[in-house]
Design a protein around this ligand. Sequence first.
Ligand code: SAH
Length: 457
Amino acid sequence: MDYLPLFLDVRDRTVAVVGGGEVAQRKAVLLHGAGARLRVIAPRFEAGFERWLLQQRAEVRHEPFTAAALDGAALAIAATDDAGVNGAVFAAGRARNIFVNVVDDGSAGDCLMPAIVDRSPLIVAIGTGGGSPTVARRVRAQLEALLPQSLGALVTAAARWRARVKEVLPDMAQRRRFWERWFDQAAAAGLASDAAALDGQLQRALAAADGAGAPRGEVWLIGAGPGDPDLLTLRAQQLLQQCDVLLYDRLVSPEVLDRVRRDAERIYVGKESGRHRITQQRIHELLVEYAARGLRVARLKGGDPFVFGRGGEEMAALAAAGIPVTVVPGVTAALGAAAVAGIPLTHRAVAQSVTFVTAMGEAAEQLDWRALAAPLQTTVFYMGVAQLSRIVARLREHGAPADRAVAIVERATLPGQRIVTGTLDDIAACAQSAGVSAPALLIVGEVAAHRQELRQG
Ligand code: SAH
């Protein structure tokens, strides 16, 4: 390790910033935010910077840098565009035994400013030893996406409860388990920054942990989106990195499975129409069994769990068994398909409502076909390809014109994705000659005709 990472408490300590330009200003703002007493030295200041400094009641020295400017400072930042001046700041710092950061040339000083992910009081600092600021920024962007905004509030709440938890759970291993569990659950539930809710939750968790040693399992019902792993929500990614067990469906793509914690146990519960069909009842049993063992179970479903995903049934079964459930929404296939096909599901003067329907089985007969055939209406049929001719016939019977626009989106957002367009009149023939197969969905409505136009725009 070439550098020792440290977090400094600079409140009410003097920090000297040498430079009057934009770079110096950025550092001054950061230091001010951390509570430092600022002393800024430069012969000239940019107007905005100087105004800001006066507002903050900072000490402003309108003069060229001299070594004495560092007297009494705890830290110095050299932020000029003159390597000679920056070198003089470093030499003066050395002589006074204080650390000097030279902005934009870490090797010219003896401390570096990291890239920061700020979830105060939780702070992640990233350094590359000055080797590549770009890599540091990229890593920061990845962490920004991965770390929920609510982390800071979680730390603050944990700090409030630390002493009390220690009292109730004197055993260190037990305490550590308590905090880990609490953190995972709070992060999963997305308890955000609501301090009162966090306190209530900690109080309950502590009451439950007191005496009862066994950890409590839970189930996360997670939407995997249409297939492209980049369409997972941030919360889905966070939870998939934490689960002990994963139960997943046929529609969950291998690319999404790659984002799941490596050492989680994986159980495939896809309902193939073949011999080894796992019943919905069996899935409920598995979910309950694993959670009852105290495990964190991710139930991953294609698209959104609450859109033709039987998520409601699983939630009810878990609730009946007294197991906590968290639902994480996903991008449902209709939205993924519309996006990749460039078809707006609603569009001024073309479609004022959109309906998602499943075209499978008996239930299809109960649909209000007249409403689906009406003008100014978009209908997305899930699981519809095998039923294509029937869907077309029903819509025609109920008044939809033969030239109503239609699009089929096959494997939306996945490798090999295809889009077939036509009208009610010819779509069945088009689909057949293209050899369309599942998973695919059918978008019926004039919006489908707006696709080309939008692409060119
Ligand atoms: N819960 C899922 C839907 C499950 S039903 C969701 O919200 O998307 C399964 C049907 O969804 C498939 O038969 C197909 O019609 C549709 N589907 C799922 N993924 C798809 C994809 N990548 N491309 C096209 N259709 C898809």
